[in-house]
Design a protein around this ligand. Structure first.
Ligand SMILES: *Cc1c(COP(=O)(O)O)cnc(C)c1O
Length: 402
């Protein structure tokens, strides 16, 4: 064991790029493997009955059973916690499982939630249709309207929930300002950091209590596996989230955790490049005569450009735009592309193009869609790592008059 005295770096003092490739890594004493190992085992052995007794008494520290502790999953959790600047992280089977787990760990019947109106569709279904059946009520507010957040507070409000930037119109929440309202209300502020990831935005440093991830998106970054995560204080994550996951089992698999560990290593590079590609594409789209309006936080024309610049390192890789010709023009543009993938998924190295009104938001009533600004001429692009000129050329045909 000649290396056992080697000191470990203090990751809290190191930069994001360094944390992304090195934090959380643990090696087995016997093999000293360089790359993180994939521990495909459901349970772990003890050398004696006494050690098993001790292991079960400290279930959050050692490794017992992979429903609640697995070394590969732990490495992913530790790395993501370090990236977000949180004390602890618990990974879950999906992004939705992370949101459900947060709610189950924190709420009880009779509690009230304030949620941004422009969150992921399944999140609204979860709060209204599922948690609603268990006596939890939810009020939906305009993400950008601070007065509306304040006005929605009730004596039983225990959770504020939002995503920023929003999907697909890239509206920005003022995390710092909303965190102050939440604190005064004695409620927890949970921020879904899926669109920015810690590479571009650190909600905890801005006052959020909990960060939620759909790791399925940019943390993997290559469209391979489904997973989620919850980051926050030790008190909340280890004290409340861990016991729920241990008992209820919405657990991330070791294989998926390993894929996410590899994804995190390139997170910073991807987010930087994909954001830059998105901004260039957005600027080009603004010049096309068939385009009515382009939405991207990096554009000077974005109504919250200044807030986005303060809060995010870059605008992110998602953009949307409205076409003057409505649904017909949107479908024509999408159908003439050869390169972009026609899929509602996002967070991939490959650019995806989608028509929100007929796909991601098809379950929303036409009136509610209109109120939310999701018009029939709206197209969303999640920009990947392709060359921007190739992407522009792929879209160009959709703007040529026939
Ligand atoms: C995809 C997504 C989710 C849900 O994540 P899954 O991994 O699909 O369960 C939650 N929030 C946002 C912002 C998402 O894009």
């Amino acid at each position: 064991m000649k290396n056992s005295k080697r000191q470990k770096p203090d990751f809290s003092k190191l930069a994001l790029e360094t944390i992304a490739v090195r934090a959380g890594t643990r090696r087995t004493a016997e093999f000293q493997e360089h790359s993180e190992a994939m521990f495909l085992t459901s349970s772990f052995c003890f050398d004696s009955a006494e050690l098993a007794e001790d292991g079960f008494a400290h279930a959050d520290q050692g490794f017992i059973y992979s429903r609640f502790t697995n070394p590969t999953v732990s490495m992913f959790q530790d790395r993501l916690a370090a990236l977000e600047g949180g004390e602890a992280c618990i990974a879950t089977a999906s992004g939705m499982a992370a949101i459900l787990t947060t709610a189950m760990a924190h709420l009880q019947a009779g509690d009230h939630v304030i949620c941004s109106r422009s969150v992921f569709g399944a999140t609204i279904q979860l709060f209204s249709s599922i948690l609603g059946r268990f006596g939890i009520t939810t009020t939906y507010v305009d993400l950008t309207d601070l007065k509306a957040w304040q006005a929605a507070v009730q004596a039983n409000t225990r959770l504020f929930y939002l995503e920023t930037p929003s999907n697909p119109l890239t509206e920005i929440a003022d995390i710092k300002a909303i965190s102050k309202i939440a604190k005064k209300a004695n409620a927890l502020l949970a921020v879904d950091n899926c669109f920015c990831t810690p590479a571009l935005q650190k909600p905890l440093a801005l006052g959020a209590d909990v960060v939620i991830h759909s790791a399925t998106k940019y943390l993997d970054g290559q469209g391979r596996v489904v997973g989620g995560a919850i980051v926050g204080s030790k008190e909340f994550v280890t004290g409340k989230v861990f016991p729920f996951v241990r008992t209820a089992g919405p657990t991330l698999s070791a294989f998926n955790a390993w894929v996410f560990l590899k994804g995190l290593e390139t997170l910073e590079l991807r987010m930087k490049q994909q954001s830059q590609n998105a901004l260039q594409l957005a600027q080009w789209l603004e010049k096309q005569s068939g385009v009515e309006r382009v939405y991207h936080p990096g554009l000077k024309s974005h109504p919250q450009h200044a807030l986005a610049k303060r809060q995010q390192k870059a605008g992110g890789a998602i953009l949307s735009f409205t076409l003057k010709g409505g649904k017909r023009a949107a479908f024509r543009l999408i159908n003439q592309t050869k390169l972009c993938s026609i899929t509602a998924n996002l967070g991939d190295t490959r650019t995806t193009i989608t028509h929100p009104a007929s796909t991601t938001h098809c379950r929303v009533s036409p009136e509610a869609r209109k109120a939310a600004g999701i018009s029939d001429g709206l197209v969303r692009i999640a920009v990947g790592l392709e060359n921007v000129t190739d992407l522009i050329n792929d879209l160009r045909g959709g703007f040529k008059s026939r």
